[in-house]
Design a protein around this ligand. Structure first.
Ligand code: MN
Length: 331
């Protein structure tokens, strides 16, 4: 299958000079990779590009070329010709970067691969069959006649590697491999990117697994585990990812898995970040969407108000019900 960037998007990018690029809260490799990859691409054709993120840059992605240029919400200006929203399924995922009053009237261009995308932009390019937003940007580079240099390639390959868990997800099509091959030929080093992103586990995170895995549960093909905010703080946890998703999603007896991380929001109230995975043939995308989040059939997430216990009590029965429904539909 060949993908094509819509003409309205290409025109919007060509016609703009001062461009704000933004990606989502709780950013991952595809968020950083697409943000910085597009920045370098548009600079090749002389655009004035500012990259912004709602949260501080996490250490894991500081190696990406241009990461030091990412500005926080309070440094974002008011006057841009275009705001490009990357890897973002809904407008609220821009966090405080986007101010509906200050930024009123500025067109939004959405480039995303989430099937749950709400198409909130003035121009929307959503390719739910693409494995990463970074994969879409290789297509956009051609539409804009931008040669992919090493900097661009490193950013884009990082997004593809992280979103496909190194070419292991069910959406790793020949197109994904072709895009990756092209980026590697352009100078991106696959082993170095894998080493810096997927193959890393802080010792504090490993230690946190002990109490968390002691409470792991399996019921009707659903496996789950979660960490309280107190446990996260006590462990001196350096990022917010428990890195347990791939462990739980490999459990033979489970078709769906969930990892819960309890946090405290800006109002001092407990909220729980939920991260879901489904085995091929199962879908956790709809569940996350109903809980106010988003994602894809094999992987999705949401943030639910409440303590760890409250949220598990609310979400797990929904998940079990969802799996039953999907099993029924299969038979
Ligand atoms: Mn993505």
């Amino acid at each position: 299958m060949t993908y094509q960037a819509p003409a309205e998007l290409v025109d919007a990018l060509r016609g703009a000079n001062k461009i704000l690029c933004v990606s989502h809260i709780n950013a991952d490799g595809d968020a950083y990779g697409s943000l910085l990859g597009l920045m370098w691409m548009l600079r090749v054709v002389g655009k004035q590009v500012t990259p912004a993120m709602p949260d501080p840059v996490i250490q894991e992605f500081e190696f990406l070329p241009g990461a030091g240029e990412i500005i926080p919400p309070q440094a974002v200006g008011a006057i841009y010709d275009l705001i490009v929203c990357l890897d973002m399924s809904s407008q609220d995922r821009m966090g405080a970067v986007f101010d509906p009053v200050r930024h009123a009237g500025i067109p939004l261009a959405v480039i995303d691969h989430h099937v749950t995308n709400t198409r909130f932009g003035s121009v929307n390019w959503v390719e739910a069959n693409c494995a990463a937003t970074c994969q879409m940007l290789t297509v956009l580079a051609d539409a804009l006649d931008i040669p992919i240099d090493r900097q661009i390639a490193v950013c884009l390959l990082t997004g593809i590697v992280t979103d496909t868990l190194c070419f292991r997800t069910s959406n790793t099509t020949p197109d994904v491999l072709e895009a990756a091959m092209r980026l590697q030929r352009a100078g991106a080093e696959l082993p170095a990117i894998v080493q810096r992103t997927l193959n890393r586990l802080p010792f504090n995170t490993l230690r946190l697994w002990a109490p968390v895995l002691a409470r792991v549960q399996l019921r009707e093909g659903v496996v789950w585990a979660g960490a309280t905010n107190a446990e996260l703080n006590a462990a001196g946890h350096e990022d917010d990812d428990l890195r347990l998703n791939s462990v739980l999603s490999s459990v033979n007896e489970a078709d769906m898995s969930a990892v819960f991380t309890e946090k405290v929001n800006d109002n001092g109230e407990p909220v729980v970040e939920c991260s879901f995975r489904a085995k091929p043939g199962f879908n956790v995308g709809d569940l996350a969407f109903r809980l106010g989040g988003g994602g894809h059939a094999p992987a999705s997430g949401c943030t639910v108000p409440g303590t760890l216990d409250q949220v598990i009590e609310q979400v797990i029965p929904m998940m079990i019900e969802e799996r039953r429904r999907q099993l029924d539909a299969m038979s």
